[in-house]
Design a protein around this ligand. Structure first.
Ligand SMILES: *[C@@H]1O[C@H](CO)[C@@H](O)[C@H](O)[C@H]1NC(C)=O
Ligand SMILES: *[C@@H]1O[C@H](CO)[C@@H](O)[C@H](O)[C@H]1NC(C)=O
Ligand SMILES: *[C@@H]1O[C@H](CO)[C@@H](O)[C@H](O)[C@H]1NC(C)=O
Ligand SMILES: *[C@@H]1O[C@H](CO)[C@@H](O)[C@H](O)[C@H]1NC(C)=O
Ligand SMILES: *[C@@H]1O[C@H](CO)[C@@H](O)[C@H](O)[C@H]1NC(C)=O
Ligand SMILES: *[C@@H]1O[C@H](CO)[C@@H](O)[C@H](O)[C@H]1NC(C)=O
Ligand SMILES: *[C@@H]1O[C@H](CO)[C@@H](O)[C@H](O)[C@H]1NC(C)=O
Ligand SMILES: *[C@@H]1O[C@H](CO)[C@@H](O)[C@H](O)[C@H]1NC(C)=O
Length: 460
């Protein structure tokens, strides 16, 4: 069959349907503003496509190249589907005259490089589907003009490097989904990743890559996990990394955190941290610092905190060594108690200019739940073991002396037991060790949109 075969009567009919000057290519179906040429065996674009098209479906064909004239005179085209073709590259200016595009589906093709010029002029594009190609490289400026982009799918390719730095708040204000899963990235430029807009971080999918386990990687995922991002919750087991880059030594790092015990992420978080956000989650006994950075920039400010448990706190009123108020307004509580939970309001007053400003911090102090459970659990076990021995003593006597002389109670005095050594004996609770640790650390509850990537590393 020859594509583009001129079938007179049908064409004439379609001409009538579409106001006479428009033609529907013979192998396509044209219905109102939708043109479907899918599974038509096309090796080239039809010579003339109707200019009224809003949706054009060219998927499941044999297209291998698109040239500059492909979509000219299609000012209304919004949805272009070209999945399952054989495209390995795109010429310059392919979409130059299709600048109304909102959805571009190039998935399941054979693209190797996403070149800088591919999507030029598509400033209305919202959804870009490039999954299941052979992409190994995304050029630095390839996504730069796409200022309306909401979702970009790059999974199932061979990408080793991605230009994270090219995605910024002002360049891509609407981007909420960036799927880079199932690629071949081993190391990411984590500083660039942490600098991504908060919405992009929340919608960044990186599972099933070839990441190499290291602390900087772990630290980033640890914080994302703390914030409960769906990408981590939905693909917990697909988040793997390889130890020393050895593909045989692959671990599910969201489940098995032992390898990362030496990483500073946890140490850093247990240190007092200056609060940048207005929600603070802390475990009982931890030190917490609440800063009072407000819009006032004068260096001569006086600060007052209103706390839920202690009322007004000023520098003069403090007679408690467990609380300090620094000259810059930072309030430090040495060991937070559950009673310290609540809303803290700081007022900064600029006396000279008679200005004041407030800052609110919502503090939640949690009991270290896992630990108390653990203690109860081991105490219970101790009781059971004691009971068994008492019963044995009562019912198994008299016995041979060699047996009796060793009533060595396996029961270590409860007060002296070290939970970390005991829990390793009872396998069910060893799994809980990492959880206990995460519960103990100062952590931030983040509002929906993070202000800057910098708050990822609170150790600063
Ligand atoms: C295609 O776009 C170019 C550059 O934007 C413009 O000069 C040209 O007139 C357009 N052609 C058509 C047929 O719209
Ligand atoms: C992981 O990626 C490989 C290709 O890199 C793919 O074949 C495989 O299906 C992916 N696995 C999952 C669970 O997504
Ligand atoms: C962690 O540190 C300890 C001592 O500080 C060391 O013995 C151990 O090998 C380290 N573990 C890893 C995985 O680096
Ligand atoms: C701190 O001072 C207040 C009065 O300023 C007093 O009522 C309170 O008992 C003092 N607290 C302690 C712990 O000394
Ligand atoms: C406030 O001062 C304390 C102690 O000098 C310091 O540790 C802290 O970082 C300061 N906070 C800010 C926000 O500058
Ligand atoms: C918390 O406060 C209440 C009364 O305000 C007090 O009875 C209780 O003992 C406090 N608990 C702790 C752990 O300080
Ligand atoms: C802050 O300023 C407002 C007016 O600007 C004033 O009504 C208020 O009392 C001030 N609060 C404090 C704590 O100085
Ligand atoms: C403070 O945070 C807790 C949970 O983190 C929440 O239940 C509470 O409503 C918050 N309070 C305010 C005043 O935002």
């Amino acid at each position: 069959m020859t594509p583009g075969l001129y079938t007179g009567p049908l064409l004439a009919l379609l001409c009538l349907l579409h106001g006479s000057e428009e033609t529907c290519p013979s192998m396509c179906l044209c219905v109102s503003d939708t043109v479907s040429c899918s599974s038509s065996g096309l090796a080239k674009l039809p010579l003339s496509l109707p200019s009224f098209s809003v949706t054009l479906d060219l998927s499941h064909n044999h297209l291998s190249w698109l040239g500059p004239d492909g979509f000219k005179r299609m000012p209304r085209l919004e949805n272009l589907r070209m999945a399952h073709n054989k495209l390995s590259s795109l010429g310059h200016g392919v979409f130059q005259n299709a600048s109304s595009l909102r959805l571009l589906d190039l998935s399941s093709n054979m693209l190797h490089v996403v070149e800088q010029h591919y999507f030029q002029g598509l400033w209305r594009l919202e959804e870009l589907l490039l999954f299941n190609n052979k992409i190994s490289q995304v050029e630095a400026g390839a996504l730069s003009g796409l200022s309306s982009l909401k979702m970009a799918y790059f999974s199932l390719n061979q990408i080793t490097h991605f230009p994270f730095f090219s995605i910024q708040d002002h360049s891509h204000p609407f981007l909420t989904m960036l799927d880079l899963s199932s690629n071949r990235m081993t190391r990411l430029p984590w500083e660039d990743v942490k600098a991504l807009p908060g919405l992009v971080q929340r919608g960044l999918y990186l599972h099933n890559n070839s990441l190499i386990c290291d602390c900087s990687m772990y630290s980033v995922f640890w914080h994302w996990n703390l914030r409960g991002y769906d990408s981590l919750k939905d693909f917990t087991d697909e988040h793997t990394c390889t130890i020393y880059g050895d593909p045989r030594a692959s671990i599910r790092f969201l489940r098995h955190t032992r390898f990362f015990h030496n990483c500073t992420v946890e140490k850093a978080v247990s240190q007092p941290v200056t609060v940048l956000l207005s929600n603070v989650l802390v475990s009982e006994g931890e030190r917490v610092r609440l800063d009072c950075q407000t819009s006032l920039s004068s260096t001569d400010l006086s600060f007052t905190w209103l706390s839920p448990s202690k009322g007004y706190i000023t520098q003069a009123s403090i007679n408690d060594t467990l609380i300090s108020l620094f000259a810059n307004g930072t309030l430090e509580i040495q060991a937070a108690k559950v009673n310290d939970t609540g809303l803290y309001v700081c007022t900064a007053v600029d006396i000279k200019q008679a200005l004041n400003a407030t800052r609110e911090v919502n503090v939640t102090v949690l009991l270290p739940v896992a630990e108390s459970f653990n203690t109860g659990y081991t105490t219970l076990l101790g009781c059971v073991v004691t009971m068994v021995f008492i019963l044995m003593y009562l019912y198994l006597t008299p016995c041979r002396c060699s047996y009796c002389k060793q009533p060595k109670p396996p029961l270590i005095p409860i007060a002296a037991y070290d939970p970390s050594t005991l829990t390793s004996v009872f396998s069910p609770s060893t799994r809980q060790q990492p959880k206990i640790q995460t519960n103990k650390h100062v952590a931030f509850m983040e509002p929906m949109i993070s202000e800057e990537g910098t708050e990822l590393t609170p150790e600063s």
